[in-house]
Design a protein around this ligand. Structure first.
Ligand code: ATP
Length: 257
C-alpha cells in the first residue's frame, strides 16, 4: 500500500516544558491525496497547533508527522498557507503580493506573472492587480491571499480560519470560490474552522477535536456530492450533518440553549 499523503501518529504537543500546557494529545490521522479535510473544534483545542505542526513550523513533543512517507522536519516545498489575517504587504500592489512566494522560493517572478493573473481572474480580482491592499475590502484581500497561497501550485494547502473575519455573505461567496478552486486542482487541503456549516459545505471529511487537550473525537467522511452548490445547504443530507455536529458539540457541553 502506498503511504498516505499525510500521516500523523501519536502527535502530542506540550508548550512550556513538562508541566506546561498540553495542547494536543495523541493525534492520529491519515489524509489521502486530494482530500479536503476540515478540523472542527472549540477555541483553544489545538487546531492551529496541529496545522502548524503539519506546516513544519512547530515540532511535536512526541509522535511523528509525515508527508508522502517522509518526516516533516520543516516547511514542505509543496506547501501553500493562508491564515485568518491575510498578511498582505501594504506597500506592494496585489499582483506583487500574489507573486511573493516566487520571490521567497528564489524563482524568477516574471515566470509566474501569467499564473498570478489567471488566479486573480479566477477569483474576480483581475481589475485590481495594480491596486494596493488598502483599496480592497476584507473579502477581496482574503481572495488575494488565497491566490498567493496557490501561486506555486502547492500539493498541500493549509488554511487556518481564512474567512473567520468576514461578513456572512462574503464568507459564503469565498466558500464557493474555494470549492471551485479545489474541484479544479484537487490540492490536498486541511482547513481549520469553527463553523459547522462551512466545514460541511467544503469538506470531503471532517475531523472533530475535543476541548484542550485536543484529541480526535470524530473522523467523518461526508457522503455528499463532490461538486457542491449553495443550494446543497438546504438538502436533507446537509442538514442532517450540521445537526449531527451541533448535537456532538452540545453533548461535549460546548453549546447550549
Ligand atoms: N506558542 C505557544 N506557547 C504557549 N502556548 C501556546 C502556544 N500556542 C498555542 N498555545 C496554547 O495551546 C492551546 C491550543 O492553541 P491553538 O491556537 O492551537 O488552539 P485553536 O484550536 O487553534 O484555537 P482557536 O480556535 O481559538 O484559534 C491553547 O491553550 C494555547 O494557549
Amino acid at each position: 500500500m502506498p503511504a498516505p499523503f499525510i500521516s500523523a501518529q501519536g502527535v502530542s504537543k506540550r508548550f512550556g516544558g513538562p508541566s506546561g500546557v498540553l495542547a494536543l494529545d495523541e493525534i492520529g490521522l491519515e489524509i489521502g491525496e486530494g482530500e479536503f479535510v476540515s478540523l472542527l473544534g472549540p477555541s483553544g483545542c489545538g487546531k492551529s497547533t496541529f496545522l502548524r505542526c503539519l506546516a513544519g513550523l512547530e515540532t511535536a513533543t512526541t509522535g511523528s508527522l509525515a508527508l508522502e512517507g517522509r518526516p516533516i522536519l520543516g516547511p514542505p516545498e509543496a506547501l501553500g498557507i493562508a491564515f485568518q489575517r491575510d498578511a498582505l504587504l501594504e506597500w506592494f500592489d496585489i499582483l506583487e503580493n500574489v507573486l511573493l512566494p516566487a520571490d521567497f522560493g528564489g524563482r524568477r517572478k516574471g515566470d509566474y506573472v501569467r499564473k498570478a493573473q489567471e488566479l486573480l481572474q479566477m477569483v474576480g480580482l483581475k481589475d485590481f492587480a495594480h491596486a494596493y491592499p488598502a483599496a480592497l475590502s476584507g473579502g477581496m484581500r482574503q481572495r488575494a491571499a488565497i491566490c498567493r497561497s496557490l501561486l506555486m501550485e502547492p500539493r498541500l494547502l493549509l488554511m487556518d480560519e481564512p474567512f473567520g473575519a468576514l461578513d456572512a455573505l462574503t464568507r459564503d461567496q469565498l466558500n464557493v470560490d474555494l470549492h471551485h478552486l479545489w474541484l479544479r486542482r484537487r490540492m490536498t487541503t486541511v482547513f481549520v474552522t469553527h463553523s459547522i456549516s462551512e466545514a460541511v459545505f467544503l469538506s470531503s471529511r471532517i475531523v472533530v477535536f475535543s476541548p484542550r487537550p485536543g484529541r480526535i473525537v470524530e473522523n467523518v467522511a461526508l457522503d455528499l456530492p463532490d461538486e457542491r452548490r449553495l443550494a446543497v445547504k438546504e438538502a436533507p443530507e446537509f442538514l442532517s450533518y450540521t445537526r449531527h455536529f451541533r448535537h456532538l458539540f452540545e453533548t461535549m457541553g460546548l453549546i447550549h440553549d
